[in-house]
Design a protein around this ligand. Sequence first.
Ligand code: CIR
Length: 263
Amino acid sequence: MSFSTHFSHAITRRPATSITQGLRAVDTGTPDLALMLAHHAAYIATLRDTGATVVELPPLDAYPDSVFVEDTALCLPQGAVVMRPGAPSRLGEAAEMAPHLKALYTQVVAITGADSFIEGGDILVTETEILVGRSARTNAAGIAELTRLVAPWGHTLREVLTPPGVLHFKTDCSLLGPETILSTKRLSASGCFAGYKLIDVPDGEEAAANTIRFNDLVLMPAGFPRTRDSIAKAGLTVREIGNSECAKLDGGMSCLSLRFTPS
Ligand code: CIR
């Protein structure tokens, strides 16, 4: 079983009423909390359908973006690394996540450098390497510190670039199988996925690039039929989840969970 696609656990956090204050690159309207909660419940139910244990953490009103738990940690088979988010309003979310990781993992380490910034959304773990996109949220010092922390666990990092104007590296790509990546053309054009099997996101459906392969399912945002058909054609079982409210805050399928098999 591949450690990059198969997991026994996920951690999620319920959106708080402060979600209306969440960060966004462009204001396309206020997220509707009731609808977001309904989408969130469908997301959790789908993760559970694969047989995984899903931890549901309570809302954190002090952190409007705290539903996007992926940015707070990197979870690997050997241990977890607590991140240092580059968005000042999100920095405290990492410390809120640490105890929940410590409850499940024997090894939990943290990015601590005052100049180090790194968010989980910029990190794509494949079966053979960890790709980290430098972005407005993830800097060279953060990547260097993560490289040192995961080396003893046998992991190699490769620094790549998140396209300009794109929030996170994984806003534009996802791992669909141990060697298969779904990517926007604007990202794959950089050549960063040489050696992988690539599935292109059709033009105009770039917002569908952020999916997750979770056990035997691929969770993707609803409303992107051409991307859905390409993934299904690759032999994968797709579940579409409503994402209209998280999309207003630049969030998607990967952002809503930490996925791992603790050791
Ligand atoms: C933010 O700007 O930080 C949030 N509004 C969205 C975070 C999305 N997270 C992710 O892509 N991993």
